[in-house]
Design a protein around this ligand. Sequence first.
Ligand SMILES: Nc1ncnc2c1ncn2[C@@H]1O[C@H](COP(=O)(O)OP(=O)(O)O)[C@@H](O)[C@H]1O
Ligand SMILES: [Mg+2]
Length: 445
Amino acid sequence: MFNHLSSSFKITFAYLIFGILWILISDTLTNILSHTIENIQTVQLIKGWFFIFFSASILYFISTKLFKNLQQAKDEADEAKALLENIINNAPVRIFWKDKNGLFLGANKLLLEDIGVKDISTLLGKNDKSLHIQETSEYMQDDQYVMKFKIKKLNYIETLTDKEGNRKILNTSKVPLLNKNGEVIGIIGVFQDITQHVEIENQIKKQEALILQQSKFASMGEMIANIAHQWRQPLSIISTSATGIKVQKEMGMLTDEFEFESLDSINENVQYLSKTIEDFRNFFKEEKIKNEVDIEEILSKTLSLVSSRLKNRNINIITSYERIVFETLETELIHVFINIINNAIDAFEDVTTEKFIFIQTQQTSNAIVISIKDNAGGIDPNILNLVFDPYFTTKEFSKGTGIGLYMCKEIVVKHLHGKIDVKNVEFDYKEKSYKGCEFTIEILI
Ligand SMILES: Nc1ncnc2c1ncn2[C@@H]1O[C@H](COP(=O)(O)OP(=O)(O)O)[C@@H](O)[C@H]1O
Ligand SMILES: [Mg+2]
């Protein structure tokens, strides 16, 4: 504004000065150079014509420039308006704006489609009540709230139910519309239809719950197999001892010493059975409370749960522990270790060389790192990135479910807020080279 005034003032002032100077100088020169009255009259006439032509040219020059600028500004404004309309109409969200009384000032195409309005003109100047939507009073309350307190209401979930009862789920944000003095003159709202998104999310949750259920059965299966292994030897000792007593008694050869020895052995083994069943029972307890544990203790509990499978297959466990005490979900962590060790035991099936599982723990500045490495040959590189997928297995139907590592990842990432990775490794141990895979679990502390 100030600029326009000063430019206009400058042009007028320059013209005024030029005019005055022209009259003064040209008149003085005419008087000096012309000696007769006729001469002066002729020169004055020429001067007058010249001045008119000169002024007209300047006027023409200035007005064309002004009109050109004006047209250019109008074109630019039209272009900006069209671009803005284009953005509003094509933005992948529903947009509307209303005045202070909640009457529609505008809305984009997507919103019109959503509420079944063909032409924007039928909406302008009306309030939400004209929309035949069940939730209108809630919408209007929200509008009033945002405008009255001049605050933003962002990303809240609400519904839109049309007169046929079709319900959509919306993610809505409303902000006050301000004039340049910062006063509230209305409201701007945007919303997204997230119905499909919510449905997909619900499906995923159901699917996850199903997998969790299946994984419980699967790990129960693996556990029962472990119990069966674990019990085979003590049961056979109990049976042998009892049979021994019976046979010797029948033959009249039973000595007190033999009887006591056998009964002690039976007792010892029954206690062992009862302890293993207690271990497994604890393992299946639904507890989600973190308690303080020693990583070494957790790993030795894990190893005792799989000890008979390890012994049967002559698998050596080589450990290198750092003493680390931290808070965690003990049962879940044991679950993860058992799954990884069980997989290593399975992988040793066709291995004839010496078998090793190396377990190492380490504490870094912000995490506890546990690595479990075997020398069973490793995982085919083509499937290395699939092993954590649900149902991915390379084992026969009766032997693999493909749930184990998926569950490990779920537990480590979602419950323990950590990371789990696997890689193939080549390494030397006691001057021999081996190949295998290494699982690394990192739990942030
Ligand atoms: N230590 C390992 N050595 C070789 N392959 C492994 C090892 N651990 C896991 N795998 C591979 O990862 C797959 C997925 O494991 P998992 O999710 O526990 O399912 P499952 O044991 O039921 O097959 C296994 O089928 C196997 O091919
Ligand atoms: Mg497995």
